[in-house]
Design a binder for this molecule. Structure first.
Ligand SMILES: Nc1ncnc2c1ncn2[C@@H]1O[C@H](COP(=O)(O)OP(=O)(O)OP(=O)(O)O)[C@@H](O)[C@H]1O
Ligand SMILES: [Zn+2]
Ligand SMILES: [Zn+2]
Length: 849
């Protein structure tokens, strides 16, 4: 191969294509598709990724430059991942470089670095006058410039090559001289790519000779070197585990580094550096677990999945199993099958449920072969877990969203737990959804996919049922009963309007109050969920439960305090905020809001002495705090676990018999067409925490809209009925899964400019769609086509000093709407050449901000 096609890491759109570089002879064995290289680009050296290799006559290509450096011995990306990045760039209208970068740990985000080495010119000779007057006091105005120059040259010579940073640190006042030396060619500058974080090295001690000879040397050591003799004889005994970390030697024998150094000076041992992995779970024991005999329901599902795993065939399964049905056990046994075949597996879990309990279940079964990747690890730890995967030291990766890019070479199975979770969608560029990426990656590599959930997303469930999408038609597998044979907990809905009518203004209904009381008396535990999503943005009547909604869009209006009005973020409808309830005339109409802290205080007042663990963003920022709080709750150091969404998922505590939901409705009122779906999912999940073992569970759901179908169906554990009703709404209003969305946000520092751009964008995309005969209202479009809503101000109308407007493209069918949205954006950017203008494209948005 002679030519490498490289995607360069330069943040402008015009570079979103490959550039050709020649491959120097000495690099030919190292360069593969997926290699990371340093290449000259303009006047700089930049990082790039090799995406293909070609034969060719490099002399025929004018101006072709050679690759400067290969940055890793093992390419950080596989050909499969490179192909996946290509697909992502089309699927999500993002640049190829941002897709490639999303696949790598932060530690590998290389930056160019200036390197200084000696040039051909000799430094200035010693200044004779200067040597005559060594005290440097003579002749002000004639400093010995030669001396500083020689010192700098010596420093560079010793290092061979030093970075500009090191040099200026060593000679803080030497900038002038360094510049002068560079200009005369005494020093030479080059550029290289330096990683953000290196590998961790540890000093280690090793014998320089066979134990036999070492023993002989030991006997010859003089008696006064008693400490040294002790060290040497220890090392001889430990021969099998050498090299041994220096610090372990020091602490085992209580000797100083000087003693060990003495032995090195005598040539008996050597102190080397070994690479170590920063293991975030070092020193932690995980209870080993054996495969459980499967229940018959599990057996059926397992048989179906391993059929695909054994044949190494691409197939996608949607595993719909109620809470506690034993989905995790299925995951574990499928992984085992996959690993037995010499392939690897990835388990994706939502960040928030990547609890120690979860990690323990995988580490307990597969030991150190499990790499864990999540955002609470340090950059170094994450890098090392990633390396463990790339270097073949792990065969299972458990992690959040980005673990879908785990650099396995022969991935056979991808599992996505709680597949309905919105956190699988990345909200910043590249705006990918890990579910789609997982399915695509598995397709490229003949791997199986399991999407598991007690409440599958409408998109997945609909796709499984209709089998109409050729790229995504999962096989539906159901597990309707719990693995331990116990019942799902009973759920009671408490009408909070009634409570208010009867004079109870507290946030706890009488029912929930007495339920907590009885748990305290029986020594059982309670989980309390405060759903904070959507608080204080909507207007609700406390007397009748009325919520102000948009007459056009069937979603709630958002309150804007500055203008004191209510607005719809889909269509732009606005109206003044009401003083009294338009339904019942009550004055108890207000903006809703309650924090976990207030609930905690209230608990303390109502139940003196109650022990509460509060889990929310405030109490879990510190590293390890999550683990600590849950550990305390498991050890029964508290009666109540109170928290936000975090307490709803994945927890499996035997003594939790009561789950209380403070207000079920808050998320219902978000300006989001998925509000009902999210409410149903959250209630089902949190209810599933109760009565998972021997003791039966009870769930109390407080609500101001107890008749809402999402709440009623959740209380009956009736997924099918909920889906049926929700699909009806989606169909009538043309929302996914009956169409797809692209959210285009345009922002600028100047409001009128931003607005004009957004209007232009809308006009242009409509015009082009019309030309292609795609445009029309989805009501009337029977087949393929697109419609456009907006422009309207974004729900966050001003962000970081920028005004934001959005257009929503609704489309369906086989048209290339994504390509069109991108094309119109790029044309607008090209015609304006305004660097302040930003256009972001979010395909299949989850958050409509
Ligand atoms: N075959 C089995 N035999 C005995 N116990 C089992 C079996 N399968 C699962 N269990 C136990 O049942 C409980 C629930 O299982 P698990 O946590 O895997 O369910 P899940 O479907 O993942 O639940 P959730 O969606 O609520 O997190 C666990 O305590 C688990 O150890
Ligand atoms: Zn009212
Ligand atoms: Zn509206």
């Amino acid at each position: 191969m002679d030519i490498a096609k490289v995607i360069v890491d330069v943040p402008v759109r015009s570079t979103d294509r490959t550039f050709d570089y020649s491959i120097p002879e000495s690099f030919k064995v190292w360069i593969e598709v997926g290699s990371r290289v340093a290449v000259p680009f303009g006047h700089r050296t930049v990082q790039g990724f090799v995406v293909s290799l070609e034969y060719g006559d490099i002399r025929a290509i004018k101006g072709i430059k050679p690759i400067q450096e290969v940055l890793d011995l093992v390419p950080p990306l596989s050909p499969e991942l490179v192909e996946l990045a290509d697909w992502m760039s089309e699927r999500y209208a993002c640049r190829r470089i941002s897709a490639l970068q999303a696949m790598l740990p932060t530690a590998l985000k290389g930056k160019a670095e200036r390197l200084i080495s000696l040039g051909d010119t000799e430094p200035e000779p010693a200044n004779e006058e200067g040597t005559l007057f060594p005290d440097e006091e003579w002749f002000p105005g004639f400093p010995d410039t030669g001396r500083e120059e020689r010192e700098i040259a010596d420093f560079v010579r010793r290092g061979g090559e030093v970075s500009m940073k090191q040099l200026t640190r060593a000679f803080p006042d030497g900038a002038e001289t360094i510049k002068f030396m560079l200009r005369r060619g005494v020093l030479r500058e080059s550029q290289s790519i330096k990683d953000k974080m290196g590998k961790k090295k540890l000093k280690a001690v090793d014998l320089t000779m066979e134990p036999e000879s070492a023993r002989e040397a030991l006997s010859k050591l003089p008696a006064r070197s008693a400490r040294q003799k002790e060290v040497l004889s220890f090392l001889i005994d430990m021969e099998a585990v050498l090299p041994m970390p220096l610090k372990d030697v020091l602490s085992a024998l209580q000797v100083t580094a000087g003693t060990v150094k003495g032995l090195e000076d005598k040539g008996l041992i050597e102190i080397t550096e070994v690479e170590v992995y920063r293991d975030p779970y070092r020193g932690r024991d995980f209870k080993p677990s054996d495969p459980l005999p499967l229940t018959s329901e599990q057996q059926t599902v397992f048989g179906r999945i391993v059929g695909a795993v054994d044949r190494q065939r691409h197939e996608v399964f949607l595993l719909h199993g109620v809470t506690g049905s034993g989905k995790t056990e299925i995951y574990l046994q499928c992984i085992q099958r996959c690993v037995d075949q010499g392939r690897q597996a990835v388990v994706l879990v939502p960040e928030i449920s990547l609890t120690p309990q979860m990690v323990e279940r995988f580490k307990g079964r597969f030991g150190s072969g499990v790499a864990v990747m999540h955002s609470r690890l340090s950059t170094g730890e994450r890098y090392d877990e990633w390396r463990k995967i790339r270097e073949g030291k792990a065969s299972v990766a458990v992690g959040a969203r980005s673990a879908v890019f785990a650099p396995f070479s022969n991935l056979g199975l991808i599992i996505m737990d709680e597949e309905h979770e919105t956190s699988y969608k990345q909200e910043e560029n590249p705006r990918y959804h890990a579910r789609d990426v997982a399915v695509r990656r598995a397709m490229l590599g003949d791997a199986a996919v399991i999407l598991g959930s007690a409440t599958p997303s409408l998109e997945s469930y609909y796709a499984a049922r209709s089998q109409s999408d050729e790229n995504f038609s999962p096989v539906l597998l159901e597990m309707p009963s719990r693995a331990l044979g116990n019942q799902l907990p009973t759920v009671q809905i408490v009408d909070m309007r009634e409570e208010l009518k009867e004079g109870n203004r507290s946030m706890f209904s009488r029912g929930l109050h007495s339920a907590i009381q009885s748990r305290l008396e029986r020594g059982e535990q309670t989980v309390l969920l405060l759903n904070r999503r959507g608080f204080s943005t909507f207007v609700m009547c406390r007397s009748c439960g009325y919520v102000a909604g948009c007459p056009e869009c069937d979603i709630s209006l958002t309150y804007h305090s500055r203008s004191n009005n209510l607005r719809c973020h889909y269509c732009g409808h606005a109206e003044p905020a009401p003083e009294t309830c338009p339904e019942c005339g009550s004055e108890h109409i207000r903006f809703f809001g309650t924090g976990t802290q207030r609930v905690e205080e209230e608990l303390g007042k109502l139940f003196p002495g109650i022990r509460v663990i509060r889990m929310d963003v405030d109490t879990t920022t510190e590293k390890g705090s999550h683990e600590k709080l849950l550990g305390q709750f498991r050890d029964k150091k508290a009666d109540v676990l109170l928290g936000t969404q975090m307490v709803a998922k994945g927890l499996d505590f035997p003594d939790v018999t009561l789950v209380g939901v403070i207000t079920a409705d808050s998320a219902l009122n978000l300006p989001d067409f998925r509000a009902a779906e999210k409410t149903f999912q959250l209630l089902t999940q949190v209810a599933g925490r109760a009565g998972r073992h021997k003791l039966p569970g009870e769930v109390l759901v407080q609500s101001y809209t107890p008749d809402h179908y999402s709440i009623i169906h959740a209380s009956r554990h009736d997924y099918a009925s909920f889906i049926k009703e929700e699909l009806k709404h989606r169909k009538a209003l043309h929302y996914p899964p009956y169409c797809r969305l692209i959210l285009v946000t345009l922002s600028h520092e100047q409001m009128p400019v931003a607005l004009r751009m957004a209007e232009n964008y809308a006009m242009n995309i409509q015009g082009k769609a019309r030309q292609r005969r795609w445009f029309g209202s989805l009501d009337k479009l029977t087949a393929d086509g697109l419609d456009l809503l907006g422009p309207v101000a974004s729900p966050l109308p001003r962000l970081k000093g920028r005004y934001r407007f959005q257009c929503m493209v609704k489309w369906r069918g086989a048209i290339d709407a994504i390509g069109l949205a991108r094309e119109v954006a790029e044309e607008l950017e090209d015609s304006l050449r305004d660097p302040v203008l930003q256009i972001s494209i979010d395909v299949d948005p989850q958050m409509l901000m």
